[in-house]
Design a protein around this ligand. Structure first.
Ligand code: NAG
Ligand code: NAG
Ligand code: NAG
Ligand code: NAG
Ligand code: NAG
Ligand code: NAG
Length: 325
């Protein structure tokens, strides 16, 4: 069942702020945003050790990671992504690669993700694409995959206000490419993909805007977190959002941006699923469908809390050197 926007708004209003939500321990919707770090490759197997509730992953690339080669697609589904623009608009190497996975390697690819934050600049991890260029690339690479029965998600824009206008431009440019004077057509897509960094109310409102703009489409939340907050606030956000995603039928899948160690986290230490020492934090354990570990994000070697002292030493050393010049 898909929720009508009005029903969605009512549901939103009904979220009781005084009851702490209890997230399901396990969910078939949950996946891994795979962001490996070459200095800690052993961490990569944490996500698939049983018991785990993660059923799918993406790595911002068209090809799967060899770490998960032994796991069948039916257990841990790899979802290829076309991150951004290829070097030439006519390039169809994404299409060729995904076809190769299906036909030569026998990997049952059923879903594909398109562009990552095309409305955002490269410096913030966006793929900075013009809607018209993106539409041509979509026509060349995505439509043939759809013709093969592969489901394709709309590009995942930033959580900012540029997202919806970008998508509307993109869809209108795409229509121009597939229409003729005699026959008007639209590009089709199978689900809407969103990103969100911020609090729960903002997330729910953002989802409401996308549900209203793209009625009757299911949604994947492929990056989300509440960044740079204290641990209790972050855990409360995690609980509320997981419970919300699990409850809403139109949410098809979600993946928390946090599968890394707290000391290299760019969403703040408390949003990370691994401690500085590489152990699952409470959020990490909950996300995998397990009991809280009680491991603090800062726990373990290498945490930044030692850095201020170290940098103070460096700073005072630099100061001392400067004094002598
Ligand atoms: C990978 O880990 C190393 C060691 O902790 C760190 O210096 C580096 O910034 C990390 N890389 C990324 C991309 O997070
Ligand atoms: C491929 O995956 C889809 C979706 O999970 C499933 O319905 C289909 O049966 C699978 N096909 C094969 C050949 O395993
Ligand atoms: C294409 O999409 C537009 C905007 O959503 C809609 O108004 C129009 O009816 C659609 N056209 C076709 C042929 O489906
Ligand atoms: C959404 O689905 C409902 C029920 O299937 C249908 O009545 C309605 O026309 C659909 N709306 C759009 C915009 O496709
Ligand atoms: C989050 O949910 C867990 C149970 O899954 C609970 O133990 C914990 O207290 C909750 N935390 C907050 C801050 O709501
Ligand atoms: C963290 O992980 C290491 C290695 O897996 C293990 O030896 C250690 O007991 C764990 N620490 C905690 C607090 O779980």
């Amino acid at each position: 069942m898909l929720l009508h926007p009005a029903a969605f708004a009512a549901l939103l209003a009904a979220v009781p702020s005084f009851i702490a939500p209890v997230a399901a321990t396990s969910s078939p919707k949950r996946g891994l945003v795979f962001t490996p770090n070459k200095t800690t490759r052993a961490d990569d197997t944490i996500w698939v050790k049983k018991p785990t509730s993660l059923t799918w992953y993406y790595n911002y690339k068209p090809t799967p990671d060899s770490t998960y080669d032994g796991i069948p697609q039916s257990e841990f589904e790899f979802v290829p992504m076309m991150w951004g623009a290829p070097s030439t608009a006519g390039d169809t190497s994404f299409l060729t690669t995904v076809k190769g996975l299906i036909k030569d390697k026998g990997i049952n690819i059923t879903n594909v993700l398109s562009f990552n934050e095309p409305d955002g600049p490269f410096v913030y991890g966006g793929s900075s694409m013009e809607p018209s260029a993106a539409a041509q690339i979509w026509v060349n690479n995505m439509i043939p995959l759809q013709d093969m029965g592969v489901r394709v998600g709309l590009p995942a824009c930033t959580g900012g206000s540029t997202g919806l206008p970008w998508l509307q431009n993109f869809l209108s440019e795409c229509s121009k490419l597939v229409s003729t004077d005699d026959e008007k057509k639209n590009c089709t897509y199978d689900f809407v993909t969103i990103h969100w960094y911020g609090n729960f109310e903002g997330l729910a409102s953002h989802m409401g805007q996308y549900s209203a703009a793209f009625p009757n489409k299911t949604m994947w939340i492929t990056e989300y977190n509440l960044n740079n907050q204290d641990l209790k606030t972050t855990q409360s956000f995690y609980n509320m959002s997981a419970e919300y995603f699990d409850r809403l039928d139109f949410v098809e899948r979600y993946s928390l941006f946090g599968a890394f160690r707290s000391d290299v986290s760019n969403v703040g230490p408390n949003g990370a699923m691994l401690s500085a020492g590489g152990n699952l934090t409470d959020i990490g354990a909950w996300y995998l469908g397990r009991q809280a570990t009680g491991v603090l994000p800062t726990q373990g070697s290498g945490f930044r809390s030692v850095v201020p002292q170290a940098s103070m030493v460096v700073l005072s050393a630099a100061f001392a050197v400067a004094m002598f010049l």
